[in-house]
Design a protein around this ligand. Structure first.
Ligand code: MTE
Ligand code: MO
Length: 185
């Protein structure tokens, strides 16, 4: 992680909430994640199966496109790459939609999703991930703007073409690299 901030970002230690699809809390034991679409092996993982894949810790700034950066945010979870390996994306797979339980989605190029910083996170700043921040499990894609880090993660759908999620359909950038200021387009 770099010490400086991407263009147009202001640091904060608060962690503002941003939610367009409020959902009811879900007990960790009831959590399920499905991987489907352009994969050789469809997968459905429960809480215990996910936890059995191991745990990594990551400290990274979290950049919302509206201009706040929650600095040095500590996440624990399993790298998504480990789960994707098991699902085996097809040779032609290029993009994915990450879906929440509430119907929110974000579009991600496959190479962004397999980066080592991308976690299926169940812990925030040393405590179980609170419901309002996407618990029991959210996607964390800290090298992209925050709208790609889908809370209440339920499903990852792979595609052999470019696709748009909730904000990409509304004009936000397909990649969303904060260092290049990729807010719109
Ligand atoms: N399910 C869901 N995930 C979401 C959003 C949302 O509205 N619904 N908002 C995104 C946006 S724009 C940001 S900046 C972050 C904010 O995460 P936080 O609410 O935990 O701070 O969540 C992202 N993930
Ligand atoms: Mo955001």
């Amino acid at each position: 992680m770099r010490d400086d901030l991407p263009p147009g970002q202001t640091p904060t230690r608060r962690f503002p909430l941003f939610t367009v699809d409020p959902v009811a809390p879900l007990a960790a034991g009831a959590f399920r994640l499905r991987l489907l679409g352009a994969v050789e092996h469809r997968l459905e993982l429960g809480w215990e199966e996910l936890r059995a894949l191991g745990e990594e810790m990551l400290v990274h700034d979290f950049h919302c496109v509206t201009g706040w950066t929650r600095t040095a945010t500590r996440w624990q979870g399993v790298p998504l790459a480990r789960v994707l390996e098991r699902a085996r994306p097809t040779a032609g797979a290029t993009h994915a939609l990450a879906w929440s339980r509430g119907g929110y989605s974000a579009s991600l190029p496959l190479e962004d999703l397999t980066a080592p910083v991308v976690l299926l996170a169940w812990s925030l700043d040393g405590a179980p991930l609170p419901h309002e921040h996407g618990g029991p499990v959210r996607l964390v894609v800290p090298h992209r703007y925050g709208w790609k880090s889908v809370k209440w993660l339920a499903k990852i759908q792979l595609f052999e073409r470019e696709v748009e999620g909730y904000w990409e359909m509304r004009g936000y950038h397909r990649r969303g690299d904060p260092w290049r200021g990729e807010r719109y387009g």
